[in-house]
Design a protein around this ligand. Structure first.
Ligand code: GEK
Length: 243
């Protein structure tokens, strides 16, 4: 049974910026499933895409891996010889819990190295698949181009970046439509208006969404010749970029 997320259920005197600490780790699977439309489908589909693009004798990266959902999905699907997975997160609490979960996953032989590190400082090399599943949105805006360029440089020709993000819409009416639909999604999943509004305040300075056009432009600037938005539900989308 997933432990239910009730972090923002009671009125809080002060809303502090959201952090991936022990309390969040404890309820993370429930929180992300009830907050991100299509999360479960995305996790399965990323495993399938990774299996299409993984190359023998290469690394696959799960950057901002949290509890390793993408890592486990890639592990189950990838069949190529001598691939390994490097999963990185800068929350020590996430990495500790992720390691416990990984130790229970005996369905695959693919080696996984879980690293507690900031992805801006992590080495990316000999990569065929790199996944940023709802992670870039937490990286300071000034660091984003450097990170995408580093990923491009570290990818082998034919390698892919899978980038999932909460997105902003250029037009005010579209932005209002998607935010409204997302809040309805959260309400339908049992979150109260108080929880939705307190969580929104906690994320305000921490999760900075950008438009699809901005992401595509940055991917192009970094060198990617092909990008495609392969998933969208409300204001949550996923792009694939091929080197
Ligand atoms: C999933 N991909 O379940 N360096 C490393 N990790 C970071 C950094 C950074 N600079 N900034 C944030 N993180 C996962 C979900 S959650 C998305 C990803 C969400 C980590 C942070 O600690 C957290 O675990 C993760 O990125 C973002 O498919 O909760 O909305």
């Amino acid at each position: 049974m997933r432990k239910p997320d009730a972090i923002y259920a009671s009125p809080l005197d002060e809303i502090i910026d959201f952090r991936f600490d022990e309390r969040v780790v404890d309820v993370f699977p429930d929180m992300i499933q009830r907050s991100v439309p299509g999360y479960g489908m995305l996790i399965s589909a990323i495993g399938i895409l990774a299996a299409n693009y993984a190359q023998p004798d290469s690394h696959c990266y799960d950057l901002g891996c949290s509890l390793g959902a993408v890592t486990m999905s890639m592990r189950q699907q990838i069949q190529q010889k001598n691939c390994d997975i490097i999963a990185v997160d800068n929350s020590p609490e996430m990495i500790a819990r992720g390691q416990q979960l990984l130790n229970l996953d005996s369905r695959s032989e693919i080696p996984v190295s879980l690293q507690c590190a900031t992805i801006q400082d992590s080495d990316i090399s000999n990569a065929s698949v790199v996944v940023l599943n709802f992670t870039l949105q937490f990286i300071p805006l000034v660091d984003r181009l450097n990170l995408i360029e580093k990923i491009y440089t570290g990818l082998k020709p034919g390698g892919v970046l899978i980038l999932s993000e909460k997105i902003a819409l250029e037009q005010d009416d579209k932005q209002a439509f998607h935010i409204d639909a997302h809040h309805s999604f959260k309400r339908a999943n049992g979150y109260s208006d108080l929880e939705i509004s307190q969580k929104r305040s906690a994320l305000e300075n921490v999760l900075i969404p950008e438009t699809i056009a901005t992401h595509q432009q940055r991917l192009k600037q970094a060198g990617f010749h092909f990008t495609e938005m392969w998933f969208q539900c409300f204001n949550f989308a996923s792009l694939i970029a091929i080197k």
